[in-house]
Write a protein that binds this ligand. Structure first.
Ligand SMILES: C[S@@+](CC[C@H](N)C(=O)[O-])C[C@H]1O[C@@H](n2cnc3c(N)ncnc32)[C@H](O)[C@@H]1O
Length: 180
């Protein structure tokens, strides 16, 4: 997803940042970055990426997205959630999208990419609830309508279906850009 063309110095929250490749790319483009994830392993890798680069710093927060985000209302210009929000049951998914809306500034942008029901591993493993399956980890496969529903508090600018390769796997996703 491209987050180009935004003025430097804007604040961005990278939700479920993993090892933080995108967080570091945002930092290099001049964003003030906050990166959150619940994996200590991933956050340590991110910290290691930054070590020795005194000119780069970001706020790194260990956090479980099923809990309230640890930021005040209207904290960020951009929230970025890349392959990050398809691990939750419906009830938690609703809460997470609501929390993201809360921490975004008015007029702020939300970029989201989630697994779609056309993904090659759709419906593998044990069914947990509609479009949610557990195979080692739980995954929630989005329809276009479901993503629209989750974004109902936002102004949707764009939604599209995409196919890409992520860590060697072919994946199918819905991507959206929405404004608060
Ligand atoms: C597929 S990785 C994506 C990482 C990164 N956004 C990227 O695109 O490279 C998903 C990330 O979600 C994180 N994650 C899963 N469940 C989470 C939760 N309940 N709270 C916070 N992070 C979670 C995992 O630790 C993992 O780093």
């Amino acid at each position: 997803m491209k987050v180009l063309g935004l003025p430097r110095g804007r604040t961005i929250l990278d939700v479920a940042c993993g090892e933080g490749a995108d967080s570091v790319a945002f930092l290099k483009r001049g964003f003030t970055v906050t990166a959150i994830d619940f994996s200590v392993y991933a956050l340590t890798k991110l910290q290691e990426r930054l070590e020795g680069r005194g000119d780069y710093s970001m706020e790194i927060v260990q956090h479980d997205l099923r809990k309230k985000l640890p930021f005040p209302d209207a904290s960020f210009d951009v929230v970025y959630a890349h392959n990050a929000l398809h691990f939750f049951r419906h009830k938690d998914t609703v809460k997470i999208f609501r929390e993201i809306h809360r921490v975004l500034k008015k007029g702020g942008l939300f970029f989201v990419k989630c697994k779609s029901v056309k993904d090659p591993i759709y419906a593998t493993g044990t069914k947990v609830e509609d479009h949610v399956y557990k195979r080692k980890i739980m995954r929630h496969f989005f329809t276009r309508e479901y993503l629209r529903e989750m974004l109902s508090l936002f102004h949707i600018e764009k939604i599209r279906h995409t196919r890409s390769v992520f860590w060697g796997d072919h994946i199918a996703s819905f991507e959206a850009v929405a404004k608060r």
